[in-house]
Design a protein around this ligand. Structure first.
Ligand code: B12
Length: 210
C-alpha cells in the first residue's frame, strides 16, 4: 500500500478498500490520530475543494463521506484519550436544523467519549426545541452544536435563545463548531465557546467543567 492510498480512497470514495488499508496501518503500529490527521482529514479537504470547483459532484462526495465514516468507525477505539477519567456531566451534541453534515460532529463525539464524557448524540437536522427537551431529560450541563452550511449556522442563534429564555437552562454551556463558524460568530449569538477542531472541543469542554 502506498503511503497516500487512504487519502486516495477518501477522494475516490472507495469504501471497499479503505477498511483494509486502515486496518493494515493500525496493524503496522501507526497511530490512529496520525491516520486521521495525515490521511483522512487532508483527503476530505481535497474533496471539499474539488466539490467547490465543480470537479466533483454530490453522489461522489457522498461516497467520500461514506469512506470517511467507515475509516472513522475503525479508528474509534484508537482515537484520543481512552481516558480513565469519568465525568458525570452529560453532554448533548447535534447538527442544527436544516443541516445533514455529521462527520465533524461524530469526531467531536468520539473524542469527548474518549476523554471520559457521557455524550447523547441527537444526530442531524435537530430543531432547537429538541435540544431543549433532551437537555432537560438528560440534565445536560453542556450542549455542542455543529453546522457546516452558512445557511444553517444562523439556526444556532435560535438554539442559544431557546436556552437563554428557559428558566432551567439559562446556565447551560453552549459550544459551537463547524467550518463556517468562528469565535466572533459564537460571541455574536451569545454562545459560551467555539472550537475549530475535535481535540480543541475537548479542551474547551474540560475548561467548562473546571
Ligand atoms: C462531506 C460533505 C457533504 C456530504 C455530508 C455527508 C455527511 N454524512 O456528513 C453530503 C454529500 C451529504 C453533503 C451535502 C451538502 N453539502 Co456538503 N460538504 C461536504 C464536505 C466535502 C466535507 C465536510 C466534512 O465532513 N469535512 C470533514 C470534517 C471532519 O470536518 P468538519 O465537518 O469541518 O468538522 C471539524 C470542525 O469543523 C469541527 N467541528 C465540526 N462540528 C463541530 C461541532 C462542535 C461543537 C465543535 C466544537 C467543533 C466542530 O471539528 C471537526 C473535526 O476536527 C464539505 C467541504 C468542507 N470544506 O467542509 C462540503 C460543504 C460543507 N457542503 C456544502 C454544500 C453546499 C452542500 C449541499 C448544500 C450541496 C447541495 N447542492 O445539495 C448539501 C447540503 C445538505 C444539507 N442539507 O446539509 C458546502 C457549504 C457551503 C456553505 N458555506 O454553505 C461545502 C463547504 C462544500 C463547498 N466548498 O461548497 N456535503
Amino acid at each position: 500500500m502506498s503511503s497516500d492510498s487512504i487519502q486516495q480512497a477518501i477522494i475516490r470514495g472507495n469504501v471497499a478498500s479503505i477498511s483494509a488499508d486502515v486496518n493494515q496501518l493500525l496493524g503496522e503500529g501507526v497511530n490512529g490520530q496520525q491516520i486521521l490527521d495525515e490521511q483522512l482529514l487532508p483527503g476530505m479537504a481535497i474533496v471539499g475543494e474539488r466539490f467547490k470547483h465543480n470537479e466533483m459532484f454530490l453522489p461522489q462526495v457522498l461516497m467520500s463521506a461514506q469512506a470517511m465514516q467507515t475509516a472513522i468507525d475503525i479508528l474509534k477505539p484508537h482515537l484520543a484519550g481512552n481516558s480513565e477519567a469519568h465525568h458525570r456531566e452529560a453532554i448533548i451534541i447535534g447538527t442544527v436544523k436544516g443541516d445533514m453534515h455529521d462527520i465533524g460532529k461524530n469526531l467531536v463525539r468520539i473524542m469527548l467519549i474518549g476523554a471520559g464524557f457521557e455524550v447523547v448524540d441527537l444526530g442531524v437536522n435537530v430543531p432547537a426545541q429538541r435540544f431543549v427537551d433532551e437537555s432537560l431529560k438528560h440534565q445536560a450541563g453542556i450542549v455542542c452544536l455543529s453546522a457546516l452550511l452558512s445557511s444553517t449556522m444562523n439556526n444556532m442563534r435560535e438554539v442559544v435563545l431557546a436556552f437563554r429564555n428557559h428558566e432551567d437552562l439559562k446556565e447551560t454551556k453552549i459550544l459551537i463548531g463547524g467550518a463556517p463558524v468562528s469565535r466572533e460568530f459564537s460571541q455574536s449569538i451569545g454562545a459560551d465557546g467555539y472550537a475549530p477542531t475535535a481535540p480543541a472541543a475537548v479542551e474547551q469542554v474540560q475548561q467548562f467543567c473546571e
